[in-house]
Structure formats: C-alpha cells, structure tokens
Write a protein that binds this ligand. Structure first.
Ligand SMILES: Cc1cc2nc3c(=O)[nH]c(=O)nc-3n(C[C@H](O)[C@H](O)[C@H](O)COP(=O)(O)OP(=O)(O)OC[C@H]3O[C@@H](n4cnc5c(N)ncnc54)[C@H](O)[C@@H]3O)c2cc1C
Length: 373
C-alpha cells in the first residue's frame, strides 16, 4: 500500500557522511525545519563512509592531480578543527617511492610537496631499514592523519537528533518524480510498504546508488565507474604498529591505521579492486556486491607488499572490508577526486552529490552556500 504521508522542507537520500552532514547543514545553517533523511541500511555511516582507508588526505596522494592535492591541503586543517575527536594523529606517516614502475621519482615527489606547501622530511635510518633498499628509492616522513569512522557515525547520530532531523532507516528510495506541489520521493520500507514524501528540495547522496532511481530522475551528467574493493584488516606487527605507510605512485600499496577497529588496513593497487564496471541504471551496485563471492586476496597482497616491506609478513589477517568504490570516469587517468555536484534542470530542486573523499565535504558545503533555499 502506498501512503503520501507528508510534505517536508528537504529529503536527503543516503545516510552516509555526506547525507548526514548536508542534513545537519540545512537544519543549522539554512534553518530548514522539516528534514527527512532516508537510509536503506539499518544504521548510519555503514557503507563507504565506514568501509574505506580512513585517510584524511593532505595532498601527498595526488602528485598527478594538483587541484585535488591543493584542495586537500585547504580542507585538512578544517576537518581537524571540526572533528577533532575523530582524527587520529598519533602515528608516524611514511611515504616511500618505489624505484621501478613509479610514476614519480623521489626528487619529483619532494618538488611536488614543496609546490603544494606540504611538510616532508627524509626518514631516519631506523624507519628506512624497514624497506627493501633495492626496491625503494627513498622514504619520507609526512603529515597525514586517519579518521575514526565510528566516531563520525556517533557525531552524525547526535547532531541529527539535536537538529530534529527525522531519520528513516531500512528504507530505500526507489523513485523521484515531478509533482504539482514539489518533488515526489517514493520509498520502500522493510515491511514492503511504500511511502511518498513531497518536498521542494531533494538531495541524492547515495554514492554508488546515485543513478538507481526510476520516475523522472534523469541520471547524472557525469559518468561514473564502480569497483568492488577489498581492504584487508590486519593486526600490525610491533615494527609497524605506530606507522602508516604508503608506497607511491603506481601498482603499490598502503598500510594505514583503521581507528574504528584498532587495526590497520592493507590495500594494494593491483589486488584491492576485484571487479569494475561502468555505471548503468538498473545494475544496482549494492545488489552486485551482495551477490559477489568475496574471496579474499590478502595472500597476494602480503606476498607482494612483503617484497618492499618484509615486516608485513608478521602481520595477522583479521577480516576484510568489501565495498563498492565509485569514482568519476573523467578522473581515471589522474586519480583526482573532485566532487560531483549537479542540480537536475529536469527536476528543479533535486541535487545529486558525490564527495569522492571525506574532506571534500567543505567543497560541497561551499556549493550549497551559493544556492537559495
Ligand atoms: C575502498 C575505499 C577507500 C576509500 N578511502 C578513502 C580515504 O582513505 N579517505 C577518504 O577521504 N575517502 C576515502 N574513500 C571515499 C569515501 O569513503 C567516500 O568519499 C565517502 O565515504 C562518501 O560518503 P557518502 O556519504 O557519499 O557515501 P556512503 O557512506 O556510501 O553513503 C551513501 C549511503 O546511501 C545509502 N543509499 C544508497 N542508495 C540508497 C537508496 N536508494 N535509498 C536510501 N539509501 C540509499 C547507502 O546505504 C549509504 O549508506 C574511500 C572509499 C572506498 C570505497
């Protein structure tokens, strides 16, 4: 049975970090009163906002995309200021440059860091000796942090409640259409029943699900690509415990603290992406992941990483985080992570938003500042 139960000031689809932060912004900064946040899972921030590498970017990762590097430099201090509880800073962050197959040399990397104003120091011998010198050209200590996604989830829950945002969990939006009094958002509840909410403002913050609506929703202009990704959760051996390590810039790896579990994620450019496809309406990435076998590739990751960083062989595998990673097709080559922010002219008042990385929230909020509500 379908019930049209309300007209509200804004509907946010997707209760990840972006949907939650936008709902809170609309309530606090734009004084919208009746806001509904709809999330298909049974809790907030359980998808990409939890299943990620937890890196608060500071530019180092993007030597091939100056804009993304520069925006990261601008956004990191703001993120640390706004979510101090969720940011882990008490570890040493190393970037190492591989001798072969790297798209940057150590010299180029140093020059790039100077260009973006990011701190970089040559690592001392006790850190350098962790790496195999035949394969690693140089090792640097940099300033980069990790975020605790469970603390971000706690923040979202508390703030949404305080702002009076109505959160509907286990509810999936299926269609967005034009109506006489605003946009009609059709949603399916866990019990199979349908609700319709009418609103003049709809924010589609569904990350991998951005184009999976029927009705009048036209789809995003920007083309998307999805990957099924695996990050292995590891108990780091003593030698690597207080460290975060990234080897640049090619088919290499990262071992980053994952504060939400007190473990490290191990990811590898070659083995983390299991499967990829171009975004297409009707191929629901969440369903695709549900049907995926999820056979871990941790052995292959450890084998290759161990050539560069022998101590990883003493790490203990605990679990894997499988998730869909959604990126803009236009950034496949340079690895850049700009935001997607589109208002759909066919559905005035309906916006699609994809952040690309956590700290891009400021780029999205700046766009929203320019909109009249
Ligand atoms: C493997 C991986 C590693 C990453 N590493 C980093 C990193 O180190 N640093 C960084 O800054 N960023 C990283 N990212 C990117 C970062 O995770 C995302 O940019 C960010 O989490 C996106 O937030 P979101 O709210 O848009 O997405 P999500 O958290 O996925 O939220 C979208 C929500 O929408 C819900 N939803 C979808 N469809 C519907 C529907 N029809 N109805 C209702 N609800 C729906 C989903 O259930 C989900 O909860 C990584 C991502 C991945 C996948």
């Amino acid at each position: 049975m379908t019930t049209t139960d309300s007209t509200v000031d804004a509907v946010i689809i997707g209760g990840g970090f972006y949907g939650a932060a936008i709902a809170i912004y609309l309530a606090k900064q734009r004084s919208l009163k009746r806001i509904v946040l709809v999330e298909r899972e049974s809790a907030l921030l359980t998808r990409a906002s939890y299943n990620n590498q937890a890196r608060v970017h500071n530019g180092y990762h993007y030597p091939r995309s100056f804009t993304t590097a520069y925006r990261s430099r601008v956004n990191l201090p703001r993120f640390v200021r706004d979510w101090p509880e969720a940011v882990k800073q008490d570890f040493t962050k190393l970037y190492a440059i591989a001798r072969r197959n790297s798209k940057v040399t150590a010299k180029q990397f140093v020059r790039f860091c100077k260009e973006i104003g990011a701190k970089i120091e040559t690592a001392d011998q006790s850190l350098r000796q962790l790496f195999e010198p035949h394969l690693i050209e140089d090792v640097f200590v940099v300033e980069e942090y990790a975020f605790d996604s469970s603390k971000l989830a706690n923040w979202a829950e508390t703030e949404l409640t305080e702002c009076g945002v109505e959160t509907r969990l286990e509810t999936r939006v299926t269609a967005i259409s034009k109506g006489c009094d605003g946009l009609k958002v059709v949603m399916q509840k866990k019990d199979g029943g349908e609700d319709v909410i009418v609103s003049r403002h709809v924010f589609n913050c569904t990350y991998s699900g951005l184009n999976q609506f029927v009705g009048d929703f036209p789809g995003t202009h920007t083309n998307l690509k999805h990957e099924i990704t695996e990050m292995a959760l590891m108990q780091a051996p003593l030698a690597l415990k207080g460290l975060g390590i990234t080897v640049m810039d090619g088919p290499f790896f990262s071992m980053m603290p994952f504060p939400a579990r007190g473990l490290h994620t191990l990811s590898h450019v070659r083995y983390t992406p299991h499967l990829h496809w171009d975004d297409q309406r009707g191929i629901d990435p969440y369903q695709k992941l549900n049907g995926y076998e999820r056979a871990t590739r941790v052995d292959r990751m450890v084998r290759d990483v161990g050539r560069y960083l022998p101590a990883v062989q003493d790490a203990k595998y605990v679990d894997s985080l499988f998730e869909i990673k959604t990126v803009l097709v236009k950034n496949e080559g340079d690895d850049g992570r700009p935001i997607l922010f589109e208002e759909h002219p066919e559905l005035p008042g309906c916006y699609s938003v994809l952040g690309g990385k956590i700290d891009n929230i400021y780029d999205v909020l700046e766009k929203l500042d320019d909109e009249a509500f």
